[in-house]
Structures are given as C-alpha cells and as structure tokens.
Design a binder for this molecule. Sequence first.
Ligand code: F6R
Length: 239
Amino acid sequence: MRITVMDNAREIGKAVGRMFVDAINEKPDITLGLATGASPIPTYKYICKACESGKVSLKNVSTYNLDEYVNLPRSDKNSYYSFMHEQLFDRTDIKEKNIHFLNGNARDTEKECRKYDEMLEKAHIDIQLLGVGRNGHIGFNEPSICFSKGSFKVKLTQSTINANKKYFSENPMPTEALTMGVGSIMKAKKIVLIATGIEKADAIAALVNGDVTPVCPVSILQFHHDVEIFLDKAAASLL
Ligand code: F6R
C-alpha cells in the first residue's frame, strides 16, 4: 500500500489524473472501474482537459461504475449515470457502448446484479478508482458482518444518507442502491483510492492501522497487492 499525502484535493486530482492519462496512453483499450462523489471530481476534470487538448483519447476505453441508486431515473441529475456523463463522459470521446452501469431501475435487481458480475468477470478491470465513506464503505459496501463477493442491493446506512442527502434538494434521497461487491473490487489489477477532509480520517486510520474487518469495508484493501492511496493532510491526520 503506497500512501501519498498532498496539500489539497486539486493537487491530488492532478496527480491521479496524470496517472490515469498515462495509463490510457500506455493501454488505449484499458478497462477502468470508476467512482462518483466529490473525491474523484478533480481527477475527472484533469482527464477531460487532457482529452480536450488532444493529450489523450478515451475512444477505446471501457468503464464500469461502482454503484447506482435504486429507483432513481437515469435522467435525474442525482443519478450516478447523470453524474458521470456530466463530470467525465460528455466531455471526452468515450463511446456510450463502452460505458457500463448497474441499472438501479431494473425490475429484477438480483438478475441485474448477476448480469453485471458476469460482465465484470470478463472485463478484468485494470484500474479501480475509489473514494471512501466516513463509515469506511467502498462502493456502497456498507459496514456489515461479512464482505460481499458480487454485486447486490444494499440498504444505505444513516451515515451515508447524512453524507449524501445534501445533493437531493428536490426529491428525497433513495435509501437503497446497487453496488459492486468487495470481491469484484478486489479483482482489479490496481486500486487507487482518494480521501480528503477530516471526516475521512477515522476510516483511513482503520484502513492503514486497523484489522481487516467487514465492519470497516475499506480495510480489505490491506489484502490487495497494488493499492495507491492519495490523501490530504486532514484525511491523513490520524496516521
Ligand atoms: C461512489 C462511491 C462511494 C463514494 C464515497 C465517498 O460511487 O462508491 O463509496 O466514493 O461515499 O464519497 P465522497 O467522495 O463524496 O466523499
């Protein structure tokens, strides 16, 4: 596990963005696992700028997003589908057919999860980008009594609802989501995690110094052989 502490989220975005641009230039048909939320926004900004100025092309890149809310139309501005299009996809030359999401509106969510897992199994994610919840969640794998292997429907915890409800000014925030399982996340060849702000300090301390336990899902990353962690000083303050 390699840890880099930087001054602020912008600097982290530049460093991680550069890492992704280099990886795409090295392997133009790379498969990326992507996260939503505030943490990856500066990274996506960097990639968009690089694409707009011709320094990288995403036309052969494939992506798999970690999670999606249940029963929120894709067209809703708060769906992760909309978020990704706004923050990254619409500002690059990625092809829509290469973009993959769990469908939170599927009538049979169990079937949808098995279908996504089959796709992930074939996809072999090269780099998985992660944020982390205040409660240690990755994707929407909330603290639990066991790690989940494949994708599943999760009931979001109060901590996650408290952290994300600020985005839902018009409609109430969904309380369920579909998420990739910890098992699928761990299959990525490389994992890059970004955490900024004091509210992430406990989860980061548990990840670096704690036991591996599903009570703090991010702790599983201790068992991955290629993890890079980018923190600001506040998120690193309990290390
Ligand atoms: C989002 C996701 C979540 C977030 C986490 C941190 O796709 O998988 O695990 O990464 O909730 O969110 P931010 O970055 O908004 O603090």
